[in-house]
Design a protein around this ligand. Structure first.
Ligand SMILES: C[S@@+](CC[C@H](N)C(=O)[O-])C[C@H]1O[C@@H](n2cnc3c(N)ncnc32)[C@H](O)[C@@H]1O
Length: 76
């Protein structure tokens, strides 16, 4: 599909990972893990991130859209 140059798969503790350059973040994390990421995800939207997608589990503090069992959140 030609997306390889635009995608970086990070296998790392998400609390340690540098997400500051990410324009789109896709996650499959349990609700308790999403809570741990709240501050980090908020700072991502304040930087370069335009879209955050959480597979299966919604992020309760944001209002998003649903598509194919994923919850999609756009920078406001
Ligand atoms: C809902 S499961 C996803 C299962 C599997 N990775 C998959 O894609 O089918 C959530 C995953 O988050 C991972 N996880 C929990 N804390 C994490 C952290 N601090 N950094 C990265 N991954 C973490 C868990 O190991 C678990 O595998």
């Amino acid at each position: 599909m030609g997306l390889e140059e635009n995608i970086q798969v990070v296998c790392q503790d998400f609390l340690e990972a540098d997400l500051s350059e990410a324009t789109v973040i896709y996650m499959y994390l349990l609700p308790e893990a999403l809570v741990k990421l709240k501050t980090k995800l908020e700072s991502c939207f304040a930087q370069k991130t335009r879209v955050i997608i959480s597979h299966h589990f919604s992020i309760p503090w944001w209002k998003g859209e649903e598509f194919l069992n994923s919850h999609i959140y756009f920078r406001q």
